[in-house]
Design a protein around this ligand. Structure first.
Ligand code: FAD
Length: 316
C-alpha cells in the first residue's frame, strides 16, 4: 500500500488537532506517515502513532531557520518514498510549504480542501468555493498531489500503531535560507483555544454593542471551552482583535458548533463560517440573513438570551 505523507509541524510542540484529522483522512488514501521538523517529543509520537502514523520522519531544521528551510530535504524524502499524496494543514507555514513543494516537485497543489478521498485518477480533493455556494472536486494530474486541508474537515479517529522514527538530515544541496526566525511570540487572547482549531466558536457582531459587551461573549465561550471570534463590523470598531475576525477577509473556521450573536450574516461573514457543522444564531431581527444559514435560531436580544444560555449550561 502506498504511503501518504502528513505534515505534522514542529517536533518540539504538542500535537495539533488538525494533524490528527489529516492522519484520519490519509488512511482513506494509503498508509499514513508523518513528517515533523526537529526531534519529536514523546507525547507527540504517542499522538501521531495513536492515529495511524506508522513512520515519523524527523526532518532536521537548522536552529533559527523556518520550516521552509527544510523544503529541499522534504523534496528528497518525497522523491525517495513516492507517497500517493502529501497532506498539509491550513496554517500559514503549511500553506507556504505546500506551495514550495509543488513548485520544486513540478506537481500541483490543491488548497483549502474540505474533503479528500481516493479516486480512479488519484486522490480527489473537494473545495468549497464562492463563499460555500459550490463544492468543486479536483485532482492533481502531474506528480505528487499536495493538498492543504481546512481544520475540522473530518473528525479525528484513533488507529493505534507504534511509529518508527526515521531521521532525515538536511539535504546537502540546501541553499542558505533567505529568511531567518529572529523571535517567536505566541499571541493568545486569554486562555481560549485557537480560533481555527476550536471545536466550538462563539462569535459576536455589531449587535454586541461595545467592546465591554464582549465580556458576555467570553463568558459564554468559557462555558463551552470555546474560541471567541467576531464579525468585521466588531473588529473594525476595535471591540475585538482583528486577527480574530471571521470571514472572507479574516479567518475561516469550521467548528462542530458555531454560535453567532448579534451578527447579521453578510455573505462575507458566512464565507468564513459556513463549513461549521451546527450553526446557532441569536439575533433580534427575525429577517436577519444569518437565520438562513443557521440550524437553530433564537430571535431575541443577546443581552438577555446569552446570560440565560450560560446559566443554563453552567447548571448542567
Ligand atoms: P451588522 O450587519 O450591522 O449586523 C448586526 C446585527 O446584530 C443585526 O442583524 C442586528 O439585528 C443584530 N443586533 C443588534 N442588536 C442586537 C441585540 N441586542 N441582540 C441580538 N441581535 C442584535 N465581514 C465579516 O464579518 N468578515 C469578513 O471577513 C468581511 N470581509 C469583507 C470583505 C469585503 C470586501 C467587504 C466589502 C465586506 C466584508 N465584511 C466582512 C463586512 C460585511 O459585509 C458586513 O458588513 C459585516 O459582516 C457586518 O457585521 P455584523 O453582522 O456584526 O454587523
Amino acid at each position: 500500500m502506498s504511503t501518504v505523507l502528513v505534515l505534522a509541524g514542529r517536533g518540539d510542540a504538542p500535537v495539533r488537532r488538525p494533524v490528527l484529522q489529516l492522519l484520519t483522512l490519509a488512511r482513506r488514501l494509503g498508509e499514513p506517515a508523518a513528517v515533523v521538523f526537529g526531534e519529536p517529543r514523546p507525547d507527540l509520537l504517542v499522538a501521531l502513532g495513536g492515529h495511524g502514523a506508522g513512520t515519523v520522519h524527523a526532518v532536521a531544521v537548522p536552529e533559527g531557520h523556518p520550516p521552509a528551510a527544510a523544503t529541499p530535504a522534504l523534496v528528497d524524502l518525497i522523491r525517495r518514498t513516492a507517497p500517493v499524496a502529501v497532506l498539509a494543514g491550513a496554517d500559514p507555514t503549511d500553506r507556504e510549504l505546500a506551495a514550495r513543494l509543488a513548485v520544486r516537485l513540478d506537481s500541483g497543489v490543491i488548497t483549502d480542501a474540505v474533503d479528500v478521498r481516493a479516486g480512479t485518477d488519484g486522490p480527489v480533493a473537494t473545495r468549497s468555493v464562492f463563499a460555500g455556494a459550490m463544492l468543486v472536486d479536483g485532482v492533481v494530474r502531474r506528480g505528487t498531489p499536495i493538498v492543504t486541508v481546512r481544520p475540522n474537515a473530518v473528525t479525528a479517529e484513533p488507529a493505534p500503531t507504534t511509529p518508527v522514527v526515521e531521521r532525515v538530515e538536511p539535504a546537502t544541496a540546501d541553499p542558505v535560507p533567505v529568511a531567518r526566525v529572529v523571535s517567536r511570540t505566541a499571541r493568545q487572547v486569554g486562555d481560549r483555544p485557537d480560533l481555527t482549531e476550536a471545536a466550538v466558536v462563539v462569535a459576536g457582531g455589531r449587535g454586541v454593542g461595545s467592546a465591554e459587551g464582549f465580556a458576555l461573549i467570553e463568558r459564554v465561550a468559557a462555558v463551552f471551552g470555546a474560541a471567541v471570534g467576531a464579525s468585521r463590523a466588531a473588529t473594525d470598531l476595535n471591540w475585538w482583535p482583528h486577527e480574530l475576525q471571521i470571514g472572507q477577509t479574516g479567518k475561516t473556521v469550521a467548528p462542530q458548533l458555531y454560535l453567532a450573536a448579534g451578527i447579521s450574516g453578510a455573505i462575507q461573514h458566512r464565507a468564513g463560517m459556513q463549513g461549521s457543522r451546527v450553526v446557532v444564531a441569536i439575533n433580534k431581527d427575525p429577517k436577519a440573513p444569518i437565520f438562513r444559514t443557521a440550524d437553530f435560531g433564537v430571535v431575541g436580544d443577546l443581552h438577555t438570551v446569552l446570560p440565560a444560555l450560560a446559566s443554563e449550561i453552567e447548571r448542567l
